[in-house]
Design a protein around this ligand. Structure first.
Ligand SMILES: C[S@@+](CC[C@H](N)C(=O)[O-])C[C@H]1O[C@@H](n2cnc3c(N)ncnc32)[C@H](O)[C@@H]1O
Length: 659
């Protein structure tokens, strides 16, 4: 915080425009006009004797309703700007790294608080106008106001930071030469800008597990990843994976030290203001932006080890985290929409939840969805209104239509509509079918899923095909996949090819290997691997997905892949007892990461390589630490942007066995 420029209480309050969304926040002409004399670091004079509002905590440098000027030094994993007011962390929705803002404190906790941006005093060069009409209300995307190169670089930093702080891995300084080159230059071990910024940007990210709507949760201040927390978050919360532990009341650095045995790895100072933005334009730093890696990144990749022998020489340089592989057109990329339904003044509406809430923002178009999905959702809403359908109400448990789920296969154009209702049967099903068939050209499958439980989980156990096929078909590369209503299928088909391509490359197959694909879904990765391996064993917990996987092997004439239903942590130890000895194990778990029993089994099975595909850098880093302690070395972790405009981060890691 610029102490001299901050104001207290109501003095000099400015406009209240809120977060930087579709419309940019007002840009102030200058940061001058200081209203507060002196540092004003204490809460003195704020009624210690009972008049103080309950949430106000003594000894903080700011209080609720204070106006402060902040330098935004980073962005947390929810996409909120991170500012410091006299060392106290304030999260500011809509603020970008490198910006100077004026903000009003809206809530304080012991270790951090929230502020609302009033005035943008100095904008980041990465700030763009969010193209979506409802960006400032909808919780679906979080970073449309950041240009795409900066999004990609931020995602790389998230991965690098998690590896360092949670996994306690030594991350190679970006731009550092490979082992061979290192002997020629002194720079090899020196931290580069990227690394310096990493920790500062996200030092608070782990401390902040909750979105605005969850701000009241106790003890958000730990990096430790709890499977239970992550599990509950898999239904969509961005707070996923961080356990409410270790709320000691200490300032953040001490907390971090406690959680991670502090002092290990790099200790980085705060990022220079504007650092994120400045680097966004750095040559070679943002290779993913055009859908291709930079020459720099490609050279590092080529130099990175893929075998245990090479790894020794590279070890001192640390784990390589190349630039995020991004899309050339990061819009309209999603093949699936799962839209909650509600009512507004008695009218059926459907859209995504407002940030941090379960309040539905009615939506006509979503510009990260394929147009066909937009059209299907709109059509289904219109039909629902015509048929007088009620929407399910979470609070009362009454009402009928819960979710509309639509899928489109990019390569074949096949479409699926799933109506999820709070009823065993779909009332007026004949009318629904006739109307959808008539108004959704090319629809191949209309399904009903019954979910009568009072839960956030979208699907219930029973799915019925109302009309048409049970599945739709899509291709990834040359392989054809059947996708049913409930099976997991990657949502960004263009980037799925990139992700699986990396997975296959890291698996380093010659045709002689036995491979295990844990958390295999409908066998997508398994079938990719099977083309280059001797035998592949896939395991997945959802029965329908395994049925799809078997069908998929069959329709592609692949005979060297077999699949089993069950939890990876139960099935793979059994395979071990049966004498299956994999050369390569691929894991692609949900956000909560791998079960510890699975990690222990992997360590005991001693495959040459482990390829870990992850959609949560925090749990990835936690699990890599276990595998490292068990004798594996992490050599590279490649971020792949599967979810542009959102804070979701995907990465593929390669580990090689040390002995
Ligand atoms: C991130 S998806 C990956 C699916 C697949 N690899 C793909 O790329 O399409 C994770 C999958 O793990 C499954 N899953 C969750 N917990 C599991 C467990 N304990 N054992 C096996 N599969 C599990 C989910 O049903 C889901 O299909």
């Amino acid at each position: 915080m610029n102490k001299n420029n901050s104001s207290r209480g109501s003095a000099g309050k400015s406009g209240g425009q809120g977060r930087g969304g579709k419309s940019k926040p007002p840009v102030g002409s200058s940061a001058g006009g200081s209203r507060r004399g002196g540092a004003g670091r204490t809460n003195a004079g704020r009624g210690r004797g009972g008049a103080r509002p309950e949430e106000e905590i003594e000894g903080l440098p700011v209080a609720k309703n204070d106006e402060v000027n902040l330098d935004i030094i980073g962005m947390n994993h929810n996409g909120e700007g991170v500012g410091r007011a006299d060392g106290y962390t304030l999260f500011v929705p809509g603020a970008l790294p490198g910006e100077k803002i004026s903000a009003k404190v809206i809530n304080t906790k012991k270790q951090y608080g929230y502020a609302k941006m009033n005035l943008l005093l100095q904008a980041s060069p990465s700030r763009v106008e969010a193209p979506c009409e409802i960006f400032d209300r909808c919780g679906g995307c979080q970073i449309q106001h950041m240009d795409y190169p900066a999004q990609l670089e931020w995602k790389r930093q998230q991965v690098a930071d998690s590896l360092q702080r949670i996994g306690k891995l030594n991350v190679r300084a970006f731009g550092a030469p490979s082992a061979g080159e290192a002997s020629h230059g002194a720079e090899a071990g020196e931290p580069l800008e990227g690394d310096t910024r990493v920790s500062a940007d996200t030092a608070e990210a782990g401390a902040h597990a909750a979105g605005p709507g969850e701000a009241g949760r106790p003890g958000d201040a730990a990096y430790e990843v709890s499977p239970a927390a992550a599990e509950s978050a898999s239904s969509g919360s961005l707070a996923a994976g961080y356990a409410p532990e270790a709320s000691s009341g200490q300032p953040l650095p001490a907390l971090e030290a406690a959680a991670f045995g502090g002092g290990e790895g790099r200790e980085n100072g705060p990022a220079p203001a504007g650092g994120e933005a400045a680097e966004a334009g750095a040559p070679g730093a943002l290779a993913g932006a055009g859908g291709a890696q930079s020459a720099d990144a490609a050279a590092q990749e080529a130099a990175a080890p893929v075998s245990g022998a090479d790894a020794a020489g590279e070890e001192a340089l640390g784990v390589l985290v190349p630039p995020t592989l991004g899309m050339s057109d990061p819009w309209r990329y999603r093949n699936k929409a799962q839209v909650p339904m509600g009512e507004e003044k008695g009218r059926l509406i459907g859209g995504f939840y407002a940030r941090g809430t379960h309040r539905i923002v009615d939506m006509e178009t979503c510009i990260i969805q394929h147009e066909a999905n937009d059209e299907m959702v709109e059509t289904v809403k219109a039909i629902g209104r015509e048929l007088g359908i009620t929407a399910y109400d979470e609070e009362t448990g009454r009402g009928l239509l819960r979710h509309v789920v639509v899928k489109v296969a990019f390569s074949t154009g096949e479409k699926m509509v799933v109506l999820v209702t709070n009823s065993e049967r779909l009332p007026k099903s004949e009318q629904w079918i006739a109307a959808i068939r008539e108004r959704v050209p090319g629809v191949q499958s209309i399904c009903h899923n019954a979910n009568m439980r009072q839960t956030n989980v979208i699907f219930g156990e029973t799915t019925t095909v109302l009309w048409g096929q049970e599945v739709i078909h899509d291709y990834i590369g040359d392989i054809k996949f059947a996708i049913s209503a409930r099976s997991f299928y990657q949502v960004n088909p263009a980037q799925t090819e990139v992700l699986y391509g990396k997975t296959l490359e890291y698996a380093g197959l010659t045709g002689e290997e036995t491979v295990i694909d844990a958390y295999c879904g409908i066998g997508t990765i398994s079938l990719f691997l099977a083309q280059k391996a001797k035998r592949v064993y896939g395991v997945e917990i959802v029965k329908e997905a395994i049925e799809d996987a078997r069908k998929n092997a069959e329709i592609n004439g692949i005979t060297n892949a077999e699949f089993e239903v069950g939890a990876s942590e139960d099935v793979i130890p059994r395979w071990r007892e049966q004498g299956i000895t994999p050369d390569v194990i691929v894991v692609d778990p949900p956000r909560k990461g791998c079960d510890i029993r699975l990690l222990e089994t992997i360590i005991e099975m001693k495959p040459q390589r482990v390829v870990y595909v992850s959609c949560n850098p925090a749990t990835l880093a936690r699990d890599l630490r276990v595998l490292e302690d068990g004798g594996f070395k992490t050599t590279k972790v490649q971020p792949v942007d599967m979810f542009p405009q959102t804070v979701h981060v995907e990465a593929v890691a390669l580990l090689v066995r040390q002995d």
